[in-house]
Design a protein around this ligand. Structure first.
Ligand code: NAD
Ligand code: TYD
Length: 356
C-alpha cells in the first residue's frame, strides 16, 4: 500500500512512519506543513528509505494537496495533521479551527475528488483513516465508567471541540458521498520524540534542568496512557483490517492521576540519573502546584475492547515499562532535545525547505 500520511513530522505521525518503514512493506508520503510541532529530525532513521517521501504542504491548501495526490497516487490516507495541544487551544483557538476543521474539510474534498478518479479495484481498496482523540467524549466523573465507541460527544476545550467537528465531517463524507472511512479515537500517548509542551516530556526535561514541575490544580485529574509505538501498531492494524465506516477506540488500560505520573517520573530519574542539578536535593522537591487549566477535564478512560476482540490488537507496553523506556530515551537523546528546546530544528527546516 502507498499511504499518504498527514502530520508525519509530529509525535505520533513520526512513530507511524518509523513503524511502516521498519516493520511493513508499505510506502509512505509524509504531508506536513512543519509547524512548531513538526520536526523532521524525528524521522532521521527512516527518511533515507526508498519507501519514504516528504511533501511540505499545508492541508488547508487544496491546490497543493491535489498536486500531492496526482504525483503520488496513494492507496490510502492516514490523517494525523492537527494542532494538538489543549493549553495552546485555550490561548489561541483560531489555528485549531483552521487546521483541525477547515483543513480536514479540504483534505476530505481533495481525497473525494481523487477517489472518484480511481478504477473500481482502486476504489474497493481505498481507505481514508481519520486519527482522533478520546477527548471528543468530554470527561468522566468519578472512578467508574469508560468511553466506548457509542459514548455521546461532549468536548470541553477548543482542541477537543475542533477534533469532534473533524470526526463528524469524516463520518458525513462516508454517509453522504460514500468515502470509505475509518475513525480511531485514542487516549493520551507518551514515548520518544514527544514535544516537551506535554505533561510527560515537560516533567522529564524540567526535572533534569532543575526547574519547577508545574502540576495543574491538585494533580488529581486522571489520564489513560498509551505508549506511542502501541498506538502506531494499532493504527496500521485498523488501516489494514478495519471495517469501513467503523470507529475503534484505542487505549492502554493505564489510568493514572497526574500527580502520580509526575512522582513516578521523579522516582525513575532518581534511579536513572542520580546526579541532581545543582541545588536540588531530590527531583520530587521540584513539584509545584500551579493554577488549574480552565475547563480541565477530570478523567479520561477508554474501553479498547472492540479493537482487541475484532482486530486482535493489544498494547505491548505496561505503563511501568513504557515510562522507563521514555525516561531513558530522553536521557540518551540530548541532540534531539537540544534541537527542540533551542528551536534550532526550525532554523534547519527553514534553511532546507523555506519558511512556513
Ligand atoms: P503533534 O502536534 O506532535 O504533530 C502534529 C503534526 O501535524 C506536526 O508535524 C505539524 O507540523 C503537522 N501540522 C499541523 N498543522 C498542519 C497543517 N495545517 N498542514 C499540515 N501539517 C500540519 O501531534 P500528535 O500528538 O502527533 O497527534 C497526531 C494526531 O493524533 C492529532 O490528530 C491528534 O489529535 C491525535 N491524537 C493525539 C494524541 C496524543 O496524546 N498526542 C492522542 C490521541 C489522538
Ligand atoms: P497534556 O499532556 O497537555 O495532555 P491532555 O491535556 O491532552 O490530556 O496534559 C496531560 C494532563 O497533565 C492534563 O490533565 C493536564 C496536566 N498537566 C499539568 O498538570 N501540568 C503541565 O505542565 C501540563 C502540560 C499538563
Amino acid at each position: 500500500m502507498k499511504i499518504l500520511l498527514t502530520g508525519g513530522a509530529g509525535f505520533i505521525g513520526s512513530a507511524v512512519i518509523r513503524h511502516v518503514i521498519d516493520d511493513t512493506w508499505h510506502s509512505v508520503v509524509n504531508v506536513d506543513k512543519l509547524t512548531y510541532a513538526g520536526n523532521l529530525a524525528s524521522l532521521g532513521e527512516v527518511s533515507d528509505s526508498s519507501r519514504y517521501a516528504f511533501e511540505q504542504v499545508d492541508i488547508c491548501d487544496a491546490d497543493a494537496l491535489r498536486g500531492v495526490f496526482e504525483r503520488h497516487r496513494p492507496d490510502a490516507v492516514m490523517h494525523l495533521a492537527a494542532e494538538s495541544h489543549v493549553d495552546r487551544s485555550i490561548h489561541g483557538p483560531a489555528d485549531f479551527i483552521q487546521t483541525n476543521l477547515v483543513g480536514t474539510g479540504v483534505l476530505l474534498e481533495v481525497a473525494r475528488s481523487y477517489f472518484e478518479t480511481l478504477t473500481e479495484e482502486g476504489r474497493q481498496a481505498f481507505r481514508f483513516h481519520h486519527v482522533s482523540t478520546d477527548e471528543v467524549y468530554g470527561d468522566l466523573e468519578g472512578p467508574g465508567g469508560l468511553f466506548t465507541e457509542s459514548t455521546p460527544y461532549a468536548p470541553s476545550s477548543p482542541y477537543s471541540a475542533s477534533k469532534a467537528g473533524s470526526d463528524h465531517l469524516v463520518r458525513a463524507w462516508h454517509r453522504t458521498f460514500g468515502l470509505p472511512v475509518l475513525v480511531t479515537n485514542c487516549s493520551n500517548n507518551y514515548g520518544p520524540y514527544h514535544f516537551p509542551e506535554k505533561l510527560i516530556p515537560l516533567m522529564i526535561l524540567n526535572a533534569r534542568a532543575g526547574k519547577p514541575l508545574p502540576v495543574y490544580g491538585d494533580g488529581s485529574q486522571v489520564r489513560d496512557w498509551l505508549y506511542v509505538e502501541d498506538h502506531a501498531r494499532a493504527l496500521i492494524t485498523v488501516l489494514e483490517s478495519g471495517v469501513i465506516g467503523e470507529t475503534y477506540n484505542i487505549g492502554g488500560h493505564n489510568e493514572h492521576r497526574n500527580l502520580d505520573v509526575v512522582e513516578r517520573i521523579c522516582a525513575l530519574l532518581e534511579e536513572l540519573a542520580p546526579e541532581h542539578p545543582v541545588g536540588v536535593a531530590s527531583y520530587a522537591d521540584l513539584i509545584t502546584y500551579v493554577k488549574d487549566r480552565p475547563g480541565h477535564d477530570l478523567r479520561y478512560a477508554i474501553d479498547a475492547g472492540k479493537i482487541s476482540r475484532e482486530l486482535g490488537w493489544q498494547p505491548r507496553e505496561t505503563f511501568d515499562s513504557g515510562l522507563r523506556k521514555t525516561v531513558q530515551w530522553y536521557l540518551e537523546n540530548e541532540s534531539w532535545i537540544e534541537g527542540v528546546t533551542s528551536g534550532s530544528y526550525r532554523e534547519w527546516t527553514t534553511h532546507h525547505y523555506g519558511s512556513n
